[in-house]
Design a protein around this ligand. Structure first.
Ligand code: 13P
Length: 336
């Protein structure tokens, strides 16, 4: 695969006013989301729910790509069209989550490392055949007493770089995601320091492992106050801190940075992105790759009456996509 093709895909993922919808929850995670609204976690429910999200009319006006889970990439619409084909036919690039989740980092209590490198080359080859053109790997960094350690940051950055190099070899754009969790009572300054260290380590590892940044997308957390911190930073402070942190760590040749929502309220996720784009021009496109902040309103509606509320649920997804698409241009009409 040529770097030109990878770069073209990466550029298309962050086309102006467009972002990514993340619907790549593992079966365990979607089970938790379903349980919260009283839906049974069956394969057919998972398929039907993903079909609802992926077939939102005019979604591609604001959405360039969708991240799927292994099971979902193998599923089809009720009419029998494989989801990957449906997406590609509707102008949305299919993506796939390829990590196998986190496990406790031995010797480092309270810290996690992401697994999934063994056999990854073969899995990527298959995912490409199934239609995926980008792949996500999520590393998780926890802030707490004396953590994260440098070791945790380094091992996760190393794994991210190994997966990213394999993706590019197989023709998939890596969407590298080092998520610094919002959980905890830390302040925004601490979130800044940790995110800065994580991104520095990540871009060092990508360089060491010959990953071409022109064909890479960063999926980042924003620099926010810990959920339980008494003093919560406002929208403008989050936007300024996140931008400053990215500018000091992320090379300008990267086509784009997309954000995860990480448990933020829907409108906060939109407002933060909008504020960052209003502070531009920035060296890279800044857009969204939200899971919860795109879906949670729709899931609640669908849970109440699956067939009866399908249209309302789809409209809710479209409304979130539209708002976030506008925020990706710094043109959101909402107030903050
Ligand atoms: P959230 O936006 O719900 O954090 O999910 C995005 C994602 O893909 C996390 O890996």
């Amino acid at each position: 695969m040529s770097i030109e093709q990878l770069a073209e895909t990466a550029q298309a993922m962050v086309a102006p006013g467009k972002g990514i919808i993340a619907i790549d929850e593992s079966n365990t995670t979607i089970g938790k989301r379903f349980a919260a609204v009283g839906i049974e976690n069956s394969e057919e429910h998972r398929r039907a729910y993903r079909e609802l999200l992926l077939t939102v009319p005019r979604l591609s006006e604001h959405v360039s790509g969708a991240i799927l889970y292994d099971e979902t990439l193998r599923q089809s619409t009720r009419a029998g069209v494989p989801f990957a084909k449906y997406l590609a036919d509707h102008g949305i690039i299919p993506g796939i989550k390829v990590d196998k989740g986190t496990t406790a980092l031995a010797g480092f209590p309270g810290e996690l490392v992401t697994e999934g490198l063994d056999g990854l080359r073969g899995r990527l080859e298959e995912y490409y055949r199934l239609g995926a053109r980008f792949a996500k790997w999520r590393a998780v960094i926890t802030i707490g007493d004396d953590i994260p350690t440098g070791t945790c940051i380094e091992v996760n950055a190393h794994a991210l770089a190994r997966y990213a190099a394999l993706c590019q070899e197989q023709g998939l754009v890596p969407m590298v995601e080092p998520e610094v969790l919002m959980d905890g009572s830390h302040d925004i300054e601490t979130a800044y320091e940790v995110t800065e260290a994580v991104l520095r380590s990540l871009f060092g590892a990508l360089y060491e492992q010959n990953v071409l940044l022109e064909g890479t997308i960063l999926k980042s957390s924003m620099v926010v106050s810990g959920k339980d911190c008494e003093e919560q930073a406002g929208i403008q402070e989050v936007a300024e801190s996140t931008l400053m942190c990215l500018k000091s760590t992320v090379p300008a040749i990267l086509p784009g940075v997309v954000f995860l929502s990480g448990g933020q309220e829907d409108e906060d996720a939109t407002a933060h992105l909008d504020a960052m784009n209003r502070l531009g021009p920035n060296p890279w496109a800044l857009s969204f790759s939200y899971g919860r902040a795109m879906q949670q309103a729709a899931l609640k509606l669908w849970a109440k009456d699956m067939a009866g509320n399908a249209k309302k649920a789809r409209d809710a997804v479209y409304a979130r996509a539209r708002a976030n698409g506008q925020a990706a241009l710094g043109q959101w009409q909402g107030e903050y």
